[in-house]
Design a protein. Structure first.
Length: 729
């Protein structure tokens, strides 16, 4: 079925502008001059089917409300008129309301047999219901009469359409009833609206009287000045190319295209207050793959780049963006307000420069990119807004990889050049007092939402500045979520909860991206709320829900090379802060010795993470890190410290299919000669792969933990069969 057609949406910014009269006469004029058929759709259900009266038709068969609610067939709602047009009448006032998706379906059906479709609307503003009629239209005719209130309403409407990224040449103003007053001329209208008129229809009382008789003036008075003016508009419409409604609907009306039309949160949303839902609002969920598919095709990449540079130069000049401190951009509410201002100004500049952009989604993307580059994180903003993206990796300005569901994908987003990338890096590190330059080319930082950022720049990074962002989930995960993700089983979760409540010291081991910090956050949630907790991290990521939490963060050296505060300094200082629990985000150096000493001197129930591939490797790494403290200790003494301090090692692994699982929970049982003794309590046994997915089972080893006595002494009872039954996933 062909969906090639022209849609003419007739709109008015205010009631009483003669919109329906213009639409009916225009449809009659088009029908007399178009061989491909003309349909007139009455979507003004508030007026009770006035178009049927204007055309002297009695919609005895049915109206579009009957078809929407399946009371009539499509053929029964199409009414032929003597002029050759087909009328689809509206129901009586208040009888039915047409859903936006059914509007699109109705237009597609009409396009199969009609070359031109004229749509008479009812709302005086661009409501969500009107958006499809604007998106699919070849032209939107905005009827305006020479009256001061109508003129102001029309001006406001055009500005609103601009802010919604509708191409300016899609909305055309028709001065209706010209001459009804001598106070406002056509030149005055053009000067006020700052655009030329697409048509001028003179006022004449015969227009209304002819419709009262059910005979449009365009059909019975071909030489009348009003008819001639309408014919001139009809000829302009006939010169417009046919539009594939199905293709345009796919591009403009998808959820992601609608999201692009309003890409930024309002100040209220940024402040954390829930916004009032709007009727017909588009869901906030964004799928990055679908967004990236909306790449502009009508405009060449180089042309877009040139546009961005011109608009950005004007923005910087007009808004003095370079004078805004980086620290202020870290305030979500301020940033949201500034985004709105930048987007509005960018749309104005597009109009001023006369840039032609055919698609609303293309224009929306252009404005979004410009706003991101002006005050945000540039191309990274799309991925930061996408909850399905867990990690972002920038390998120089021309290459951005993202991780979704454990798999890496090369995106088609890029930075303009190294300079733009360095500006974004400065925006990331400056608000938290970090710096990155040739004298300090590596830095760890975090975003306002807690996402962890690592930056390394040339000359150390040969491919250009490299940025790695591990996103912080906006949703706080619970142990039930990890069970749902098949990261562990319920018996394993109960055992770990009992261990945390019994104040056993737990070390979480795993590789990069294996989910150590996520698991640490979850286990920290088991700590009773009446305990004093001190967290120590390089870049603060932990988000604990307890009230009595002190978060400490390491600090790099300043530009003079002094003032650095290391993890080890914070661990030692935390001992003087009367902590009930010490949580070390990641142990990677000499702080291991101080952490072990704290665990051995009354700070039970501490938690920490570290990099290692197996529990045995974790013990070896701890030995090495203790030696990094500069203390010349015998190996046996170090191992005795470890065996005495740490009770459990939880091994977290990212499997080859991208899933993250606890593959082993091991208990340290003491020393056997010169070796630290361990026994596995639970393990994940991989059995194979099925369609690129790892298969296997969680199972208990059948070993009774030695720490079970400590757990029971705390009054915690675990089921007797907890350590005897294999668990499958």
């Amino acid at each position: 079925m062909s969906t090639l057609s022209r849609i003419v949406t007739v709109f008015g910014a205010k009631g009483g502008v003669g919109r329906s009269i213009l639409a009916s006469n225009l449809a009659v004029a088009l029908a007399a001059r178009t061989k491909g058929g003309v349909a007139l759709v009455d979507l003004d259900w508030l007026a009770g089917g006035s178009l049927a009266s204007f055309l002297d038709l009695e919609p005895i068969k049915g109206h579009w409300g009957d078809w929407v609610y399946e009371r009539k067939s499509f053929a029964e709602i199409v009414h032929p008129h003597a002029s050759g047009l087909s009328l689809i009448p509206a129901p009586q006032p208040g009888k039915d309301v047409i859903p936006a998706d059914r509007i699109v379906a109705l237009l597609k059906l009409l396009a199969a047999k009609h070359e031109t479709i004229v749509v008479d609307t009812c709302w005086p503003h661009i409501s969500p219901l009107m958006v499809p009629l604007f998106d699919l239209a070849s032209v939107v005719l905005v009827a305006c009469t020479p009256e001061i209130t109508t003129l102001q309403s029309t001006k406001d409407l055009l500005e609103h359409a601009r802010d919604l990224h509708f191409p300016s040449d899609r909305l055309q103003v028709v001065l209706n009833r010209e001459g009804i007053t001598t106070d406002i001329s056509a030149d005055d209208v053009q000067a006020t609206l700052k655009r030329p008129l697409w048509g001028r229809v003179p006022y004449h009382p015969l227009v209304v009287s002819s419709l009262n008789r059910g005979v449009p003036l365009a059909s019975n008075a071909p030489q009348h000045p009003v008819t001639q003016a309408i014919v001139a508009i009809a000829d302009k419409i006939r010169a417009l190319p046919l539009v594939d409604l199905a293709a345009r609907a796919q591009t403009e009306l998808s959820e992601d295209a609608a999201k692009l039309a309003r890409p930024f949160p309002t100040a209220i949303e940024a402040s954390g207050q829930p916004p009032e839902p709007e009727p017909g609002a588009v869901p906030a969920k964004v799928d990055t793959n679908e967004i990236l598919a909306l790449v502009p095709h009508a405009i060449e990449r180089e042309k877009i780049k040139e546009m961005k540079q011109k608009i950005h130069a004007r923005l910087v000049e007009q808004m003095k963006l370079e004078e805004i401190p980086f620290e202020r951009l870290g305030d979500p509410q301020f940033k949201a307000i500034l985004r709105d201002q930048v987007a509005e100004r960018a749309n104005r500049i597009i109009e001023e420069l006369g840039m032609s952009i055919d698609s609303r989604s293309e224009r929306a993307r252009l404005v979004m990119d410009i706003s991101n580059e002006a005050i945000g994180y540039g191309p990274l903003e799309t991925f930061l807004a996408d909850e399905s993206v867990s990690e972002i990796m920038v390998n120089g300005p021309q290459q951005i990889f993202v991780e979704q569901k454990g798999r890496l994908t090369l995106s088609n987003r890029q930075f303009t050049d190294e300079k733009q990338l360095r500006v974004v890096i400065d925006r990331i590190v400056a608000p938290i007092g970090r710096r990155v330059d040739e004298s300090s080319p590596m830095v760890d930082a975090r975003l306002p939402d807690g996402s962890r950022v690592n930056v390394i720049i040339p000359p150390l990074a040969l491919n250009g500045s490299t940025v790695t962002i591990r996103k912080f989930s906006t949703k706080r995960l619970a142990i039930s979520d990890l069970i749902g993700y098949a990261s562990l089983t319920d018996p394993m979760a109960k055992f770990l909860e009992a261990c945390v409540l019994s104040k056993l010291n737990i070390f979480i081991s795993g590789g990069t991206g294996s989910g150590k910090t996520t698991l640490l956050n979850v286990l920290s949630g088991f700590i009773p709320s009446d305990e004093r907790i001190v967290t120590i991290e390089d870049a603060a990521e932990l988000k604990l829900h307890q009230e009595h939490v002190i978060s400490l963060e390491a600090r790099p050296a300043n530009i003079e090379g002094s003032g650095a505060v290391h993890i080890r300094d914070l661990v030692r200082n935390s001992l003087r802060m009367r902590p009930d629990r010490i949580i070390v985000g990641e142990v990677r150096g000499g702080e291991a010795l101080d952490m072990l000493q704290a665990m051995n001197t009354g700070h039970d129930g501490s938690l920490a993470t570290g990099h290692a591939n197996t529990p045995r490797d974790a013990l070896s790494r701890l030995e090495t890190m203790v030696l990094m403290a500069g203390m010349d200790l015998p190996v046996r003494a170090i191992r005795e410290q470890i065996a005495s301090a740490i009770h459990l090692i939880v091994q977290q692994t990212r499997l080859t299919d991208g899933t993250r699982k606890i593959v082993r929970i091991s208990e340290i049982t003491g020393m056997e000669g010169e070796v630290i003794a361990m026994q596995d309590i639970f393990e994940f046994k991989q059995t194979g792969r099925n369609q690129n997915r790892v298969e296997g089972m969680f199972r208990s080893t059948g070993m009774r933990p030695n720490c079970l006595d400590t757990i029971e002494a705390m009054g915690i009872k675990l089921p007797p069969d907890l350590f005897a039954r294999p668990e499958r996933v």
